[in-house]
Design a protein around this ligand. Structure first.
Ligand SMILES: O=C(O)c1cc(C(=O)O)oc(=O)c1
Length: 301
């Protein structure tokens, strides 16, 4: 099938730099995606955007170039609940990738078992309105109760303004819960303010809730951008991510978010995104927890 990219689509950055920051041995890129290729794994009819292709081979080449050991591949909304591209990538990874799928209530136990065997360890619930249609809470809870016995967790993606309304649902989930991209804080507001304060309270009071401290390139208002050798990118996001890493060192994950769906402003150099990490995890111990220990515990044990 032939697909036409969403107008204005930015393709991922080719020829990323070699990071100056040397990743610790066993580091995991714990949030990245594969897109298609569309002629083999068609994009879902209900998708909200049509991306460029981003294959498993290209993802694994990036992993090796940046110095990561493994990947956690997260089902992208452009594939809906058709997890074939994800499962194909997991099976081709020689044990070097685990996955987070998107399932609906019609998924069978046999399908869940098959995904588990391929390396899926979580399911993703999306509350970002521009990306996914609304699913009733009772359906999501039903899915969470189905996947819990497999030892899977739930990944949630939402915007900070929606947290007050979603708070009770999130904190009642029966599994480990991993928040994508810090719950998308408005970084022009203070890190000590009430909006991020609610997110911090949720993490403080619920030890099953984890956060990915990823996507500064999405959240930053001030920049500077991770381009042209910039070693101090996305200054305005640093206090938010650093606070989470230092306060909850055993419940944070980091990922590139390659191939960076729906960026409108610029496409970062992934090598420089890796160079952003020591700004938010300033010690070797914090870096090891963020990049090695935490993702290994959640996905490989
Ligand atoms: O902010 C986004 O547009 C976005 C989209 C997706 C997806 O479409 O799955 O995943 C992400 O992690 C981020």
């Amino acid at each position: 099938m032939e697909f036409t990219k969403t107008p204005g689509w930015l393709d991922w950055y080719t020829g990323p730099s070699k990071p100056r920051f040397q990743l610790p041995a066993g580091a995991v890129d714990a949030h990245c995606h594969v897109f298609g290729p569309g002629d083999k794994f068609p994009y879902a009819p209900e998708r909200k955007y049509t991306p460029c292709d981003a294959s498993k081979e290209q993802l694994f080449a990036l992993r090796d170039h940046l110095g990561f050991d493994k990947n956690v591949i997260v089902q992208a909304t452009c594939h809906g609940s058709d997890n074939r591209a994800l499962v194909d990538a997991l099976k081709a990874s020689n044990g070097k990738a685990k996955g987070v799928a998107t399932v609906n209530r019609n998924v069978t136990d046999a399908e869940l078992q098959e995904m588990h065997a391929a390396g899926v360890r979580g399911t993703r619930f999306n509350f970002v309105k521009r990306l996914a249609d609304f699913t009733p809470r009772e359906v999501l809870l039903e899915i969470a109760n189905r996947i819990a016995p497999l030892g899977w967790h739930v990944v949630i993606y939402f915007e900070a303004v929606d947290l007050p309304e979603l708070y009770d649902f999130f904190t009642a989930l029966p599994t480990t819960v991993v928040v994508d991209h810090m719950g998308r804080p408005d970084v022009s507001k203070p890190v000590t303010g009430p909006e991020f304060g609610l997110f911090l309270k949720m993490m403080r009071e619920h030890s099953n809730i984890w956060s990915k401290v990823s996507c500064p390139e999405r959240l930053s208002v001030s920049g500077p951008k991770a381009l042209n050798g910039e070693q101090h990118a996305y200054q305005d996001v640093v206090p938010f991510a650093k606070h989470l890493v230092e306060t909850f060192p055993d419940r944070v994950l980091w990922g590139t978010d390659w191939p960076h769906p729906n960026l409108k402003d610029h496409m970062p150099d992934d090598g420089l995104l890796v160079d952003y990490i020591p700004q938010i995890a300033p010690t070797a111990e914090l870096q090891r927890k963020l990049l090695v220990d935490n993702p290994t515990r959640l996905y490989w044990s």
